[in-house]
Structure formats: structure tokens, C-alpha cells
Design a protein around this ligand. Structure first.
Ligand SMILES: *Cc1c(COP(=O)(O)O)cnc(C)c1O
Length: 399
């Protein structure tokens, strides 16, 4: 069965997606959509994207056979797509670069972005510096305190960081504030959203920029193994690194997709961020998708040891994949992620970010139950330098 080419004209992945925004934003979204449609078919745009991806961001990233990790598991072969080797340390630069180039074409010189832990803020600030654009990053006050180093990085890169003191003072409030700014300053401002979430056209546009991951991985695995993988495993926060590696394989029906969410302190404790595994369909940040909300419909506070997974929603295309059974979604808790983090350090000499450590954990468990002919590709979405402080504390140690 061929999967339908989505989203549809109205930005829906069947039941999910759409545009649930104030009336004043519709013209801005329309303008963005038509600008994106134009560049989507403009070879000169993609030539610039490819050239900067190569020379500035560090693409292509290797597809690496993790031999010692594979031997440790004693089953399926594990390959890692090394997005951790990119400039700024994660896949987020792919999207920031694509949207930065688009903003420039649209002649919008004022860029706003939201950030949780600061990874997207740093990627956006980096690209704005590179392209000579003004950059304002909205960040919850609580996150500003927790992530002082990334706040300083953004400032070094010339960005302004605007503290957000509403709600839980974290990522979801920062997104609300960025949307508010956009409504007020639509004419000269571009909103550079960090994942495959938000109103149409963000989910499809961010997916297209991140699909470079899966396109490369497909070529690389064919070159190395002469066939496609049996499984692709990726962590899911908003879902951009996962959709980026999944999407180019969507019609390869023998390639199974597994998205790994954060089970935090355990699904039963409600201190988790597993929107697809444990959420309900609702509306958050302008799109219909799986959301973590209480019985009164209020958005729940989330928890994960991995800052990038700590979000109560998920991109609509993942909700669609779940609904049609194209992907399976599972959740891995803080302790298992922490164990996988250390395992990858010691078997491969790679310090992963805590987000993909969730995917590694699931891959390790799965690999041992599969035979040696099977192939698993894990998207290693980022490196762990940013997480060393969290890990030190989690292990009950001191520097
Ligand atoms: C932000 C981040 C994530 C989560 O975001 P997605 O949109 O789900 O990819 C995952 N890994 C790393 C390293 C991140 O920085």
C-alpha cells in the first residue's frame, strides 16, 4: 500500500494538523505557505541549502556501524546516523538553516524563535548570525535558570533572549509568547519554529528540511549493506528528527518505524512526556494532535531527563502514522535512558545526547531479541556535551 502524499490542501494529515490559530495569523501563515511552495520547486534555493549544509553544517553525516554495541547485544546489527557530528551538536541546524534561508528570501530580517532547553535557540541564533538576521529567542524563566550556558551561547551569537514568566515558565509558554509576538509584528517578522509542530505549513516544511537525514541514510545503508534496514528507531519530542529519518522510507513497507517517547519517572506517575503513548487527541499550539492534558482539558506539566523530549504535544504526522499503524510508538524512562547513555559512551566512545539515549535504549533491548541478519538504524540526533551536568547529578556525583 502506498501512503498518501500528505498533508492535504488544508494542512491535514487525515484527522491531524490544520490551523487552530487566531484570525490575525491566517494571512501570515498563507504568506509563509505560498513562499514555501515557491522555494520548494526552486533549484537555486535547494542548491544554497545543500551547499551550506555541506560546508557550514557538516553534511553528509556518517552512517556508522556500531560494532561493539552490536556485539554487546548479540543480535541485530546496529547502525547510528551521526547527526551528533553536525555544527551546534544536533539535527536542529538542518531546520534552522532551511527556514533562515526562506526568511531571507521573504525579506524578513527580524527572526523570532522559541526554545526549551536552548538547543533550538542556539541553532536559530547561529543561523541568524551566519545570514546577518536579527534574532529574538523566547525562553521560559524556569528554563533560563536551568540552562544558563545555552542562554549565554545565544547571547554570544548576537541573539536577544526574552524571558517568559507566564504559565509554567517553560517551552509551551515560550511558544505561546512567540506566537503573540508574531501576531503583533507580522509584516517584518519571521517565526522560526523548532520542530514538526504548530499550524500548517510548519509540520510539512520542517519535515522537508529534516528529510535530508533519511535521504542520506537510505543511500548509505544501500551502499553498505545492499538492502534497506528492518527497523528505524528515533526519539520523539516534537518529532522532527524522527520524521526526518522516517519520511524518505515511508513507502518502503518492510522498513518498520519505531518512535521512542520519554516515559520520565514512569507512565503511571504522570511525570512523563509520552504524548502518543499516553495522551489524547486535542489541540496545542495551532494543530490537532496527541496531547498530554488532564480531564478538564488543561495541558499537563511534563517531565523527562532529556530536555528536548520534555514537551506535552507531538507533530501531527506522527499522530497520523500512529492512527494508520505505519509507526509504532513506545516510551523509555529516565533510568533506562541514563543506562543507555553510559553504555554508548563505554562501548563506542560516543557521548550521546539524553534524547537519542532513549532510542538507543530501545534499540539495545530489541537487538538482543533479533537475529544477526537483521538491521537496525538509530538516529543519533545529537551529542551529549550539553547533558553532562544533568548526568552528573542523576548519578549522584559531583564534578
Ligand atoms: C530537540 C532535540 C530532540 C527533540 O526534538 P524532535 O523535534 O523530536 O527531534 C531530540 N534530540 C536532540 C539532540 C534535540 O536537541
Amino acid at each position: 500500500m502506498k501512503i498518501k502524499e500528505l498533508p492535504d490542501f488544508h494542512g491535514y494529515f487525515e484527522l491531524f494538523g490544520g490551523r487552530f490559530v487566531p484570525e490575525t495569523l491566517i494571512p501570515a501563515l498563507d504568506e509563509l505557505e505560498s513562499a514555501y511552495k515557491e522555494v520548494k520547486n526552486a533549484p537555486s534555493f535547494w542548491a544554497e541549502f545543500d551547499s551550506l549544509s555541506h560546508d557550514y553544517a557538516g553534511r553528509p553525516t556518517p552512517l556508522y556501524f556500531a560494532q561493539r554495541l552490536t556485539e554487546h547485544c548479540g543480535g541485530a546489527q546496529i547502525f547510528l546516523k551521526r547527526e551528533d557530528l553536525l555544527h551546534t551538536g544536533a539535527h536542529k541546524i538542518n531546520n534552522a538553516l532551511g527556514q533562515g534561508l526562506l526568511a531571507k528570501r521573504m525579506e524578513k530580517r527580524r527572526i523570532i524563535a522559541e526554545t526549551g532547553a536552548g538547543q533550538h535557540g542556539v541553532a536559530a541564533a547561529t543561523i541568524c548570525a551566519k545570514l546577518g538576521l536579527e534574532c529574538i529567542v523566547y525562553m521560559g524563566e524556569k528554563d533560563i535558570h536551568r540552562q544558563a550556558l545555552n542562554v549565554f551561547r545565544m547571547k554570544l551569537l548576537g541573539a536577544e533572549v526574552h524571558p517568559v514568566s507566564s504559565g509554567s515558565k517553560t517551552l509551551k509558554d515560550a511558544i505561546n509568547e512567540a506566537i503573540r509576538d508574531w501576531v503583533t509584528n507580522v509584516s517584518d517578522t519571521y517565526y522560526l519554529l523548532g520542530s514538526v509542530v504548530g499550524p500548517h505549513p510548519y509540520p510539512v516544511m520542517v519535515r522537508d528540511f529534516q528529510s535530508v537525514i533519511g535521504k542520506e541514510a537510505k543511500e548509505q545503508i544501500l551502499h553498505k549493506c545492499g538492502r534497506l534496514p528492518d527497523y528505524i528507531i528515533a526519539c520523539v519530542g516534537g518529532g522532527s528528527n524522527a520524521i526526518g529519518i522516517f519520511h524518505p522510507f515511508v513507502n518502503d513497507k518492510d522498513v518498520k518505524f519505531i518512535g521512542v517517547e520519554a516515559a520520565g519517572r514512569g507512565i503511571k506517575t504522570l511525570q512523563h512526556a509520552a504524548s502518543l503513548v499516553a495522551g489524547k487527541v486535542g489541540v496545542l499550539h495551532g494543530a490537532k494532535s496527541y496531547v498530554l492534558q488532564d480531564d478538564a482539558g488543561q495541558i499537563r506539566e511534563t517531565h523527562s531527563i532529556a530536555p528536548g523530549l520534555d514537551y506535552p504535544g507531538v507533530g501531527p504526522e506522527h499522530s497520523y502514522y500512529k492512527a494508520i499503524g505505519r509507526a509504532t510508538y513506545v516510551a523509555v524512562d529516565d533510568n533506562a535512558a541514563l543506562e543507555a547513555f553510559q553504555l554508548l559512551c563505554q562501548t563506542e566512545g560516543i557521548i550521546p545526547a539524553l534524547e537519542p539515549a532513549h532510542a538507543i535504549s530501545y534499540a539495545v533491548k530489541m537487538a538482543s531479541s533479533l537475529d544477526k541478519e537483521q538491521i537496525i538504524v538509530v538516529n543519533l540526533s545529537g551529542r551529549g556535551d550539553k547533558d553532562v551536568d544533568i548526568v552528573v547529578r542523576a548519578l549522584g556525583m559531583e564534578l
